[in-house]
Design a protein around this ligand. Structure first.
Ligand SMILES: Cc1ncc(COP(=O)(O)O)c(C=O)c1O
Length: 380
């Protein structure tokens, strides 16, 4: 039998119809952006959409942020930047993690902006930039201890930097503890930033842009003379600090899985690998097609709850690669294909991303970034 592509097309999965999908509200992201823009005032916002926009889908989120008025988009590496260009995004894209000099021609071709993350590449950049120009943001290590020029290195780098002066557009740092209610270390980082900026200005450098604040730095108003801020997490409506909750940020993502099977089991039935859950009474076990391969953490088994019909029910047994199981009392009406909510977009819900991250002793970033590309993403 000949099967044509057309005949098969109804079988192709559509994100909206996928049994496992993240539903992402671009409206919520746009409103979160507007709230952050209000705090930033007339400063520009580089919307941080690395790691597939923290799992929310980089191209669609990038489009929404550009439409909302973001000054630019920030990603981690060249591949992420190129994905945005391929997706049709034409505005400024800042590669936060820097680039090896060999990649400059490609970056130039695609009009990327690149963080200059240390003295080691000065010479190679100076050789390539005249033919392959890119805008550079000079990164200072004001206390994060990873990327960036140390203040102690700047003096001896001035000549090398002078060769790059025509391409220097920005000066940037990164707060290490802006989530800490004690702002002492953030203030120290800011002072270091200002000292470096003065040193560079005295040496004749001018930077049209300066930015140091991530979400928490912005939410706490650690902005000083910066021209821009670089929030990520708060754009998605997630936060770990009181200022973020007070702002009424709206979580943009809901993780939904439709029930694949329901079975009624008698008391004493064990469920899943390792038999870690044994039904204490007759129960309905709903199996959902979501597992750790999708980014739902294995250690949520026997700990998390999912939402269904206005109530929550426990995830029982081990989470496996492709499936998890939920226990419902007999009598709760449940049938295959009905949607259950694994991550709620209601901040106060016990299965919100923030609460689940807290339960696991981690941060919301880790949970949404882990959402695999294989699950459907539907934009609402
Ligand atoms: C250099 C840089 N700037 C900004 C951000 C955004 O941080 P947040 O998501 O906490 O706002 C990150 C994220 O890790 C980052 O690495």
């Amino acid at each position: 039998m000949n099967v044509t592509a057309d005949a098969l097309s109804p079988l192709r999965p559509r994100p909206e119809g996928r049994a496992l999908r993240a539903e992402i509200s671009l409206g919520r992201i746009t409103r979160n952006f507007a709230r952050l823009q209000q705090i930033a005032g007339d400063r520009g916002i580089w919307g941080v959409i690395k790691a597939n926009a923290y799992g929310h889908g980089a191209v669609r989120v990038g489009q929404a942020l550009e439409a909302a008025g973001a000054a630019g988009l920030a990603v981690s590496n060249l591949e992420e930047a190129l994905e945005l260009r391929e997706g049709g995004l034409r505005g400024p894209i800042l590669v936060l993690g820097g680039l090896r000099a060999e990649a400059l021609p490609l970056a130039s071709l695609h009009g990327l902006t690149v963080a200059l993350v240390g003295p080691e590449s000065l010479e190679a950049y100076a050789g390539l930039l005249p033919a392959h120009p890119v805008k550079l943001h000079l990164k200072l290590d004001t206390g994060m201890g990873r990327f960036g020029f140390l203040p102690s290195e700047l003096g001896e780098c001035l000549d090398g930097l002078r060769a790059l002066a025509p391409w220097l557009e920005g000066l940037m740092g990164h707060f290490a503890t802006s989530d800490d209610p004690d702002r002492g270390f953030s203030d120290r980082q800011r002072r270091t930033f200002e000292t470096c900026r003065s040193l560079l200005q005295d040496a004749g450098f001018a930077f049209p842009q300066a930015h140091h604040a991530n979400s928490d730095g912005l939410l706490r108003g650690y902005l000083d003379d910066d021209t821009h801020a670089r929030p990520g997490l708060a754009l998605y409506g997630l936060t770990c600090i009181a200022e973020g909750h007070a702002l009424g940020l709206e979580p943009a993502l809901e993780l939904i899985a439709e029930v694949a099977r329901v079975k009624t089991v008698p008391a004493g039935t064990a469920v899943g690998y390792g038999r870690t859950f044994v039904a204490p009474q007759p129960l309905q076990i709903a199996t959902l097609g979501c597992g750790y391969a999708d980014g739902y953490r294995r250690d949520l088994g026997n700990r998390a709850v999912v939402g269904f019909g206005g109530a929550t029910y426990p995830v029982v047994g081990r989470v496996s690669m492709d499936y998890l199981t939920v226990a419902l009392p007999s009598g709760v009406p449940i049938a295959p294909n009905e949607p259950m909510v694994l991550y709620s977009n209601d901040t106060g819900a016990p299965h919100s991303v923030e609460r689940m991250a807290h339960l696991l002793g981690t941060i919301p970033y880790e949970l949404t970034c882990a959402l695999h590309r294989r699950l459907g993403r539907a934009y609402i």
